[in-house]
Design a binder for this molecule. Sequence first.
Ligand SMILES: Nc1ncnc2c1ncn2[C@@H]1O[C@H](COP(=O)(O)OP(=O)(O)O)[C@@H](O)[C@H]1O
Ligand SMILES: [Mg+2]
Length: 328
Amino acid sequence: MTDASGAPPIHARGLVKEYGDVTAVAGVDLTVEAGDVYGYLGPNGAGKTTVLRMLLGLIRPTAGTARLFGRDPLLEGARALQGVAGFVEAPRFYPYMSGRRNLELLAALDGDGAAGRIDEALDIVEMTARQGHKVGGYSHGMRQRLGVAAALLRDPRLLLLDEPATGLDPAGMRDMRALVARLSSEGTTVLLSSHLMPEVEELCNRVAIVRTGRIVYEGDVESLRARAGGHWRLRTTDDVRAQQVLREQRGVSAVAGVPGTASAPSSLRFEADEAAIAALSIALVDAGAPPVELSPVRATLEDVFFTLTEDEPAVDGGLPATADPVPA
Ligand SMILES: Nc1ncnc2c1ncn2[C@@H]1O[C@H](COP(=O)(O)OP(=O)(O)O)[C@@H](O)[C@H]1O
Ligand SMILES: [Mg+2]
């Protein structure tokens, strides 16, 4: 659901934010299409909150432009942008007032039918039973959920959530993820920041992986999974002989021995296309080293994430956003 002009929910180009000599955001292009649950993923300090602040019009970019549904949040402000809601870091409420009273105050500011949505918003975030209690006594998770309820008062088409599950206990995380999935299934476009790959993998269809203010990968989560690659693990009755076979086998590369651990015996690892595996099995049998275990080991998205965000600092210009996350 784009607006009449066809502008996407989020279109940012060349966003930069400098604080003195700290470059928090170093030139970010970001397009979020209607229906996306878009994960903005990076370690602490990568510039996630700063990007969300710029998108919401809370701070002015040093350079670059942001548009939400084609409109400039700096000129209109997130609260004034129709159909846009969200919060950065933690939502803010008056602690000495009840959750409901806080929502009533926000609804009065929002206008536009917001007051009539309070009951439903509380219900969606499962805070109905606690609505009369003072926010000061809420847990972190309850405050996060009330923050989402406050956003829902605006009946948003686009929701921006800054690490919505961070700091929650496992049950709270599960509830928050279920809530995001539900809002998405009901048609809300979501941009969420996270430092947790499993969360992005579970919830998001697209992801930008960021490091020190730059996007180092951008694309759909399925492609990232496909690019993750992997290797094969092999144990045989005679691994010394098997290693020789592997080295001579066509289509097999990167052969190495893997020492055993307390929980796993020693093995061999190598890379190969699936097409090479049948011929390899026969060759191993012929050589008198039949396999007792031969299995593909997929690199996890977590591996890809760490490869992209934890190796040497990016050289000037960084990796191109379309770079292969793992060397072939
Ligand atoms: N208001 C500020 N003044 C100075 N430095 C800031 C400010 N906000 C953020 N930074 C710096 O910018 C970098 C990115 O911060 P932030 O956007 O909060 O990262 P993230 O949300 O990914 O953890 C950090 O190095 C942080 O210290
Ligand atoms: Mg942050």
